[in-house]
Design a protein around this ligand. Structure first.
Ligand SMILES: Cc1ncc(COP(=O)(O)O)c(C=O)c1O
Length: 390
């Protein structure tokens, strides 16, 4: 699925130098490497505030905590994402309410979101209430597989109903959206954006790491406090936060990697083009669904960053097994909708509630993609898929 060793080989020397500097300084927490990283990633994303944190999960958790979301609040989110997108909402004591996805992009469907609000919610005292009369305070869209959600429509609904928007951009660092004012980066359009630098992400650390970005000065300050138990000065705690700090070694590694990110994203797009050409040549495009590129001709560079290259077929499980027999690794993201997870049974959803999510969970299959993947390897994968459908 993913070979990180070549990327490491090409950057081994500067990475080792950076780590050595941190070790020599013996400054491991909240030091100059993190400051440098926060400044350069803020400038890369075009936001005033970037706050390094310990993981993508902690980015979501800290964002929810700093915004004061908790017990008695409802948060709308997609039924199809990595668990943390909804798990963090539940962890702060709020109630996640799921919304179905767009079957083409796998992202939160603005149409389904509007339908849910119009059909199941009501307004009272300036607040939007869910079907249990609980106030809805935020939307958490997740930019899945490296493609931005339809943010104009989501932001419009958020504005209309006075909802906060916390973008889960864990899989979408650098992905662009054609907004009203030109290209906008994933994570920078809502009130807060959350990123993950888990090693397999497009920008990966050598362990867990994450980031929160925002434009609001007051919120940025609160987020900085939140990653240190709400503490300032030392041992005076204004609110409950956590230990969500990004350490100096991870920041130093990310400093080396960040300048390469756009090149890696371009290489992933080139690999996606090769898959598309090979599938077209093999005449399989009526048997399998390929990733869509809704923003391709919209003047953007990173219209898709192909964190994953996800195809779909009704024979997904058989194809997955066939490729495994050929020693080709593929992955299923995700085999269950969030509403189908055992830990969310208390929310009362039942099978069939989110048909597009459930269909995606049974049909989607991620093929190997990374910047260094060779066209021959991709042809080998496509040929094995052709063989399966013969
Ligand atoms: C969509 C999404 N949200 C949140 C996360 C959580 O990030 P982390 O693994 O860094 O905690 C991930 C990471 O896998 C993710 O893919």
């Amino acid at each position: 699925m993913l070979d990180l060793s070549e990327q490491y080989r090409s950057l081994a020397e500067p990475i080792r130098n950076e780590i050595e500097q941190v070790l020599a300084s013996q400054r491991f927490i909240l030091g100059p490497k993190l400051e440098e990283f926060e400044q350069s990633i803020a400038s890369y994303l075009g936001v005033p505030h970037a706050i390094g944190v310990s993981s993508g999960t902690d980015a979501l958790l800290a964002a929810l905590m700093a915004l004061g979301i908790g017990a008695g609040d409802t948060v709308l989110t997609t039924a199809y994402s990595f668990f943390a997108t909804a798990g963090c909402v539940a962890r702060v004591g709020a109630t996640p309410r799921f919304v179905d996805i767009d079957p083409e992009t796998y992202n939160l469907s603005p149409t389904a979101l509007k339908h849910y609000i119009d059909k199941f919610c009501k307004r009272s005292g300036g607040k939007l209430l869910d079907q249990n009369d609980q106030p809805i305070c935020a939307i958490v869209p997740s930019h899945l597989f490296g493609l931005c959600c339809e943010m104009d429509e989501i932001m419009e609904l958020a504005r209309e109903h006075h909802l906060l928007v916390i973008e889960d951009a864990a899989q979408a660092i650098g992905a662009e959206y054609p907004g009203p004012n030109g290209a906008a980066n994933a994570g920078t359009m809502g009130d807060v954006g959350c990123f993950s630098f888990y090693p397999s992400k497009n920008l990966g650390a050598a362990g867990d790491a994450g980031l929160i970005v925002c434009r609001n000065d007051k919120l940025a300050k609160r987020l900085r406090l939140c990653r240190q138990h709400g503490m300032e000065p030392r041992y005076e705690h204004h609110f409950i936060g956590g230990n969500f700090r990004l350490d100096e070694i991870q920041a130093a590694i990310l400093n080396v990697k960040l300048p390469h990110l756009n090149g890696w994203s371009a290489a992933r797009r080139a690999a996606a083009d090769i898959y598309r050409e090979e599938f077209a040549r093999s005449r399989l495009t009526d048997r399998i669904g390929l990733p869509v590129e809704p923003f391709r001709s919209r003047g953007l560079t990173n219209h898709h960053i192909y964190h994953q290259y996800v195809i779909r077929t009704r024979q997904r499980d058989e194809l997955h097994a066939h490729l495994a027999r050929r020693e080709i690794d593929t992955a299923i993201y995700y085999p269950l909708g969030l509403h189908e997870q055992e830990c969310f049974q208390y929310l009362g959803y039942k099978p069939g509630d989110f048909p597009e999510t459930e269909r995606a969970a049974r049909e989607s299959l991620a093929l190997p993609i990374y910047p260094e993947i060779q066209p021959e390897a991709q042809r080998f994968v496509v040929n094995a898929i052709v063989e399966f459908f013969k």
